[in-house]
Design a protein around this ligand. Sequence first.
Ligand code: PDD
Length: 280
Amino acid sequence: RTVYVNGQYLPEQEATVSIFDRGFLFADGVYEVTSVLGGKLVDFDGHVARLERSLGEMEMAAPADRDELLEIHRELVRLNEIEDGMVYLQVTRGAPGDRDFAYPAEETDPTLVLFTQSKPGLAKSPVAKKGIRVVTIPDERWGRRDIKTVQLLYPSMGKMMALKAGCDDAWMVEDGQVTEGTSNNAYIVKDGVIITRHLSNEILSGITRAAVLRFAREAQMRVEERGFTPEEAKAADEAFVTSATTFVMPVVEIDGVAVGDGRPGSVATRLREIYLEESL
Ligand code: PDD
C-alpha cells in the first residue's frame, strides 16, 4: 500500500512519524474518514469542512488547503486502486522534540498522514440486510465530542464491551439519554418520525447524519432532533446508526430486546438506499 506522510507518497513500510509526535504522546490530533464508492470520494466537502472546524477548535493551523487535501485523497485512491473503501486522514500538532503539556511554538510543523483501506463491495454489506445488535453503556468520554480527535480509547473500550456481550456495537448513555454509538450517530423511528439527538458538544456532528436528515426531509419524512432514552429506543418501531463507514445501518436489538419485529425497518432500509444512490 502507498501512504502519504508530510508531503511524500511512500510504501507503508517506509512511512514513519517521530516518537515525540504529540498525536502519540497526548492524542493531540484530529482525523477524518471519507468513504470511497466506485472510486469516488463520498461527501468530501463535508469532511474537509468539519476537519477545518476541528482544527480551529484545537487552535491548530490547517496543514494544507482544501484543494491540496482533495488532490492527496484522489492520488491515494488512484495509486492504491481503491474501488470501494475509505481514506483516513490524521493531523497532529507535530513533534516539537520534548514532552511538554504546553502547545509547541507556531513554527512546529503539523504531522499530516493519510492512508487508504480497501473494502470491496462495501455498499453491498450483507450485515445491512440483517442489522446489528447494540448494548448500552455509560458515556465516559470527555466533554468536547464535537471535535473529531484521535482520542478514541473509550470508544474502543466500548466496542470491546459490546463484542464481549455478543453484540456488534455500543450506544453510549449520559443523563439517561443516548448520546451516540462508539463511531456513529444513533436514531430511532416511532410512528414514522425519525428521532436523533440534537447537535451539541455531547456528540459528533456526523457528515452522514447531515446528508441522511436532508434526504429524509426531502422525501417528506418527519424528523425530530432531540435526545431519547434507551427505554424509548427499545419500544421504538426501528433503530439505526449512520457513519461514513457504515452509511445507514439498521439496529435490530438493544440490550437483548428486539426492536420492532427484530428485522431491519423500512425507514432505515429506504434511507440506506437513497443515501447509496445519491453517493454513487
Ligand atoms: N466515526 N459519532 C462518532 C463518535 C464517530 O466517531 C463518527 C464517525 C460518527 C459519524 O460521523 P460521520 O457520519 O461523519 O462518519 C458519529 C468514523 C467513521 C470513525 O471513527 O471511523
